[in-house]
Design a protein around this ligand. Structure first.
Ligand code: NBP
Length: 473
């Protein structure tokens, strides 16, 4: 018997993905550099389906039906290249390599192009949802050729999460498109988490609520328009009491957030594309600030305002509005980045479909994503989600509360970089005139960089050092 698909790299992700495939009735070949992992998988879970264990790369390749479908689930970077180098010589034209790791889309583009020359399809597939998702149904964002998706799609859609019967998996676009979208997805996840963290901080230090009370607030929010996996687990974390001290769990955890890198890539890529993603960038920076322990220690005594808890019974509702509006901004920015990447690389990504496949399986799954899908269905070319009818109305309704929350944070000295940057973005987009005109004047003054005028076409320069007449550039 031959396997329909194979998985090499059997750490948590690969093992669970292989089990998910086997549980869906697909005979799956399994392989790992260290063979003990392969044996452990078959020993522990062999009765879940048909596993074909292989101890060597040659045996593994030989056990796959043609065209071969080979999924790599190893540590991203060098290990992925090492595994490709090991397996590519064993494959034949028409075979497919799927990289399900968290690869940088630039690497995926390089690998896809090199393998395409050898007739091998390389599919960079973003897989979201961690180990639970891999086992029970992840959100899958496959890139690569349409031809490879025809052969792989049905299998991937079979094991993906389903929402209302729709699989959380679709062909994203050529070469690096899948890993690009996965990257931005993770960047949005950073922003979502930061905004929730700021909401908690404000409820705690401005409204004076205890963690258990804030857990209740999040539970209530979870039943409304903010309903999502992240809001749900936030309530769980806040309600948890540390067993050894009896204190709220959130008070015994060191307040230094870590990161693995996809948020940073999202921001680096946005800078290259010239796309403003302040909400995501501030989320990445907020984690960075938290981690600079010595810097924070040195600055701890800097003066700030007195922190009197505010006595406004409507404050939690105001925070909910600020959170919802800021979330709209973060998603609008993330989707703008996907739109820009799609245009830059010719991927032709269907933005509404991306919202659709994030509704299940992944960390940012949320009721909210149905709204985004609807927005792109109503107008696939909408320049920003913020001008969609629903989102424009929601942000408009929220704006008074949003401004009040940002002002309260500033007044009380509570950092709210996510809320603040989101509001600044909203106000920048809706502004009639921006001070960029002055910036252009300065640039022309010190560097003769020229400017355009509101009343005439062309580029102009003012002779600042002479009689200040204007010349055509
Ligand atoms: P790890 O990222 O911890 O990688 C461990 C696997 O890589 C093992 O199978 C290991 O083999 C293999 N490997 C390494 Br390391 N170097 C190798 C090499 N030179 N040649 C062959 N194999 C090598 O595993 P993971 O946490 O399961 O994640 C797998 C991928 O999925 C990563 O790219 C990760 O970023 C991505 N991802 C992870 C999550 C998550 O929640 N963990 C979520 C979404 C995506 P060995 O057993 O012989 O050491």
């Amino acid at each position: 018997e031959k396997a329909r698909i194979g998985v090499t790299g059997l750490a948590v992700m690969g093992r669970n993905l292989a089990r998910n495939l086997a549980r869906h009735g697909h005979p799956v070949a399994v392989h790992n550099r260290t063979a003990a992992r392969t044996r452990a998988l078959v020993d522990e879970f062999g009765d879940e389906g048909t596993f074909l264990p292989a101890e060597t790369a040659e045996r593994f390749a030989a056990s796959l039906e043609r065209p071969r479908r080979l999924v790599i689930m190893v540590k991203a970077g060098g290990p992925t290249d090492a595994v490709i180098d090991e397996f590519a010589p064993l494959l034949e034209p028409g075979d497919m390599i799927v990289d399900g790791g968290n690869a940088n889309f630039v690497d995926t583009r390089r690998r896809e192009s090199a393998l395409r020359e050898r007739g091998i399809h390389f599919v960079g597939a973003g897989i979201s949802g961690g180990e639970e998702g891999a086992l029970h149904g992840p959100s899958i964002m496959p890139g690569g050729s349409a031809e490879s998706y025809a052969a792989l799609g049905p299998l991937l859609e079979d094991i993906a999460a389903k929402v209302d019967g729709t699989p959380c998996c679709t062909h994203v676009g050529p070469d690096g498109a899948g890993h690009f979208v996965k990257m931005v997805h993770n960047g949005i996840e950073y922003a979502d988490m930061q905004l929730i963290a700021e909401s908690y901080d404000l409820l705690r230090h401005a409204a004076g609520l205890a963690p258990a009370e804030i857990a209740e607030v999040f539970r209530t929010w979870n039943t409304g328009r903010l309903g999502s996996y992240l809001i749900e687990i936030t309530a769980e974390v806040l309600a948890h009491t540390d067993a050894s001290t009896g204190r709220p769990f959130v008070d015994v955890v060191l307040d230094q957030a870590e990161q693995k890198g996809t948020g940073r890539w999202t921001v680096q890529t946005a800078l290259d594309l010239g796309v403003p993603v302040g909400g995501i960038a501030e989320a990445v920076f907020a984690r960075a600030v938290s981690g600079h322990a010595a810097l924070r220690e040195a600055a701890r005594g800097l003066p700030g305002p007195p922190r009197a808890a505010i006595a406004d019974p409507g404050f939690a509702d105001a925070v909910e509005k600020a959170l919802y509006a800021s979330k709209i901004v973060a998603y609008a920015q993330g989707f703008h980045e996907i739109q820009a990447g799609s245009a830059e690389y010719g991927w032709n990504i269907d933005l509404g479909a991306m919202a659709t496949i994030w509704r299940g399986g992944c960390i940012i799954r949320a009721r909210f994503l149905d709204r985004i899908r609807a927005a792109y269905e109503a107008d696939p070319r909408t320049p920003t989600l913020l001008t969609d009818d629903h989102f424009a109305e929601a942000a408009g309704d929220a704006q008074d509360a949003w401004r009040e929350v940002v002002a309260t944070a500033a007044r009380l000295g509570i950092p709210a970089p996510g809320f603040s940057t989101a509001l600044a973005y909203y106000d920048s987009l809706r502004a009639d005139r921006l001070p960029a005109a002055l910036t252009q004047g300065q640039r022309d003054f010190f560097g003769a960089h020229t400017y355009r005028r509101v009343d005439r076409d062309g580029s102009f320069h003012t002779l600042w050092g002479a009689d200040r007449t204007e010349v055509t550039a």
